[in-house]
Design a protein around this ligand. Structure first.
Ligand code: NAI
Length: 703
């Protein structure tokens, strides 16, 4: 099979990797750590060997190999570079995304190089490392492509500054493979012989881990978190039990070159080594060159947001009409001007705007101020607010409407013109400000509660509309001492609740790295939490096609109202999908299953094609794509048209819907031992495209 040059630059599917401290220790033991470096092995003082990062990327490597079309029979790990941005935590879930960046041709008979780059982030949004992996395809050269630029490392013409010896044991690969790379070449003597080796060989990345420990021991003893970059080229294989020596030359401050030899044969096994180290620059969240609008920034929370944004490099539009607490009166320029002065006095950039966000023109003008002064808008914090508390019987339309106008309509008036700019430029961060009064209720605040919770609905849809343009929309529910809360919060709470305690949460949601969109966070007094709209699993009442009676609902209330196993839906479609899954397969009916005994996705595809019900397909015209990962998985699609069904292997360009799952889940579902709804609701099965049409599967096939 020829190399597939079309994949260059196209994103590969992101992979996630969850791990706990025991995985970190297992890796350390796999690369020879022991009592001599207990920090890598003892959970009470655990540090992660930086090369562990590559062990988290196995699942990323499979698509690199598959998509590039490399001949697997001649594939070797050629080069590996790791750039460390932050220390690797001892547990968590990592997400890696990347692409094939180049495919080089070394010439006929000389092989090809496939280079793939990925970035890995921790679930908390922190970027941990960049990996650049080069696969060497021994059998793929001579396709007429460019050769890779030369990047040989120059070694000083003197004895090395350090020589670190290590002795992987005869059984080392048996331990190392438990970290994820279970390829037969490292365990099965027969397989190794067939591949031309005397016996199973060391994993190149296991030797790499030994070397990483050695480099740290020599250059930054006890401080693995100071590793910044490690790069090398794998030259020759190593048998377990052969001792190694890593020769290290310091070249300048914070930088060294190295190579590793087989101490028994003197053969070079890893060449071109580079190691950089030193303090990781202070990882400050910055807003340099970002333009931020904060409405109602003349006082309270808005002022605190504006000042901190400016301190961290943002150019800020300080909007405030300078009104009274209930929004009455003419307003004044003073509050906005004073905040602008405060920002300028500390060396920041800001302009004042005195518009009333409660009018469409006011909203337009706030955004125009940003464009005129700074050329764009990247961040919008909808914060302006007033209070007109009244119990329901005393709530005049004027008080109802005034609160709606400032909070709900005001957010719309400013967001719309800002959103247009953000969509155009493909970047934006928008904050809505809700309130505990809206989310949970507060006596005398029907107007305020309604307006504040409406903003959550506003966010829920805007997050979808902004998704493709990297516009993230989140909501803050603050608790802070201000003139709005001076008579609502108890005195002792006011003391502890400076607006500055809300600022870190809100500004995190405004930051470039913020990974979330569509979430609500409570913040104040040092406490931070997420809140969400949760939906219980509920109950499906009545047989299909039958009406449900009031009495059935009454009798089913136990299940209907239960919030056990409740979950958060990302959008309306997800909720509908769940509901449809519930109709299609009640758990009790399918568990235990038909026991068809399928063992692979291919068997299932063929059985489906054989069981197609032509008479049930009148007027049906669709393409069903199945992407099943794993060893017994596969990709195939069914084209159903004119009451006929054809099965093709591979991927269709425009499927009507795509079912994505792993082989085990698919087989269990099709064998009837796993209800599809359960697979869907636990995230094991996902459906892209027209979810409604995916419901036809049950009607169209019988097998
Ligand atoms: P604040 O009264 O200190 O600040 C609000 C600012 O908005 C004032 O400077 C005011 O002049 C300005 N403003 C009012 N109407 C405006 C309009 N139509 N156009 C432009 N500016 C206008 O109040 P605080 O506490 O800082 O509140 C900020 C936001 O946080 C509000 O949306 C409020 O509802 C919300 N909030 C505050 C809580 C708290 O504990 N302080 C609790 C929950 C929500």
């Amino acid at each position: 099979m020829a190399l597939n040059l079309d994949v260059i630059g196209k994103p590969l599917p992101p992979v996630t990797y969850s791990y706990a401290w025991k995985d970190v220790v297992l890796y350390a033991l796999g690369v020879g750590a022991g009592f001599s470096d207990l920090d890598y092995c003892y959970e009470k003082q655990l540090k992660v060997i930086p090369s562990f990062s590559i062990a988290t990327l196995f699942e990323f490597l499979a698509p690199v190999a598959m998509e590039s079309g490399i001949n697997l029979g001649g594939m070797l790990h050629g080069e590996q570079e790791l750039i460390f941005h932050n220390p690797i935590p001892i547990e968590g879930t990592l997400k890696s995304e990347g692409k094939i960046t180049n495919i080089y041709d070394k010439g006929e008979g000389k092989g090809a190089l496939i280079v793939a780059e990925s970035e890995t982030y921790h679930e908390d949004g922190q970027k941990l490392f960049t990996s650049i992996i080069t696969l060497f395809g021994r059998l793929d050269g001579g396709f007429g492509g460019e050769n890779a630029p030369k990047n040989d490392v120059e070694f000083p013409d003197r004895d090395p500054d350090f020589v670190i010896e290590a002795a992987p044991t005869e059984d080392q690969p048996l331990l190392y493979r438990l970290t994820g790379d279970i390829f037969d070449l490292h365990v099965n003597p027969e397989f190794a012989k067939m591949s031309g080796f005397e016996k199973p060989i060391m994993h190149g990345l296991c030797t790499h881990g030994f070397v990483c420990r050695g480099l740290i021991e020599a250059l930054i003893p006890g401080e693995p978190e100071k590793a910044r970059r490690m790069a090398c080229r794998f030259s020759k294989t190593l048998y377990p039990g052969d001792p190694i020596k890593t020769l290290i030359w310091k070249t300048e401050d914070g930088s060294a070159v190295w190579r590793t030899i087989n101490a028994k044969t003197d053969e070079l096994i890893i060449d071109n080594g580079i190691f950089e180290y030193g303090d990781i620059p202070k990882d400050e969240v910055r807003f340099d060159d970002r333009v931020a609008i904060v409405t109602g920034a003349g006082a309270g929370l808005g002022r605190a947001y504006a000042v901190e944004l400016a301190k961290r490099g943002a150019k800020v539009v300080v909007n405030d009409l300078g009104g009274s607490r209930d929004g009455s009166g003419d307003g004044a320029a003073t509050p906005a001007d004073e905040v602008v002065k405060e920002i300028k006095d500390m060396g920041g950039e800001a302009v004042a705007n005195y518009d009333n966000v409660a009018t469409p023109d006011g909203g337009e003008n706030v955004v125009k101020t940003a464009i005129d002064a700074f050329g764009t808008v990247d961040i919008l914090i909808n914060n302006a607010g007033i209070l007109r508390d009244k119990s329901m019987v005393k709530m005049e339309p004027e008080n109802w409407n005034a609160v709606m106008n400032v909070h709900l309509n005001g957010s719309y008036h400013v967001t719309q013109p800002a959103f247009k700019v953000m969509r155009e430029k493909g970047y934006g961060r928008i904050i809505m400000t809700t309130s505990a009064a809206g989310m949970y209720g507060n006596f005398g605040q029907t107007n305020y509660g309604a307006a504040k919770l409406a903003l959550v609905g506003f966010m829920n849809t805007l997050k979808l509309e902004g998704q493709k343009s990297n516009i993230k929309v989140n909501t803050i529910a603050p608790i802070a001492a201000s003139r709005l809360t001076e008579d609502v919060l108890p005195a002792e709470m006011l003391e502890k609740s400076k607006p500055e305690m809300v600022v870190p949460m809100t500004l995190y949601l405004c930051s470039e790295r913020c990974p979330v969109s569509g979430n609500i966070y409570n913040a104040g007094m040092g406490g931070y939490s997420r809140t969400a709209m949760m939906t219980g699993p509920g109950a499906v009442l009545g047989a299909e096609g039958e009406m449900v009676s009031l009495e059935q609902v009454r009798d089913g209330m136990g299940k209907i109202a239960s919030m056990k196993d409740a979950k958060v839906f990302g959008q309306l479609n997800d909720m509908m999908g769940d509901l449809m899954m519930a109709f299609s397969a009640p758990a009790e009916d399918t568990a235990g299953g038909s026991g068809s005994g399928f063992a692979s996705a291919t068997e299932i595809f063929e059985a489906m094609a054989g069981g197609f019900k032509a008479d049930a397909a009148d007027g049906v015209d669709l393409v069903m794509q199945y992407n099943i990962s794993g060893g017994s998985g596969g990709e195939a699609y069914f084209v159903i048209k004119d009451n006929k069904c054809s099965l093709e292997a591979g991927s269709h360009d425009k499927p009507t819907f795509t079912m994505i799952t792993d082989d085990k889940t698919f087989i269990d579902m099709m064998n009837g031992t796993l209800p599809p709804m359960q697979a869907f609701s636990t995230g094991k099965l996902s459906i892209e495209g027209d979810m409604m049409k995916s419901q036809l599967v049950e009607e169209l096939f019988e097998f």
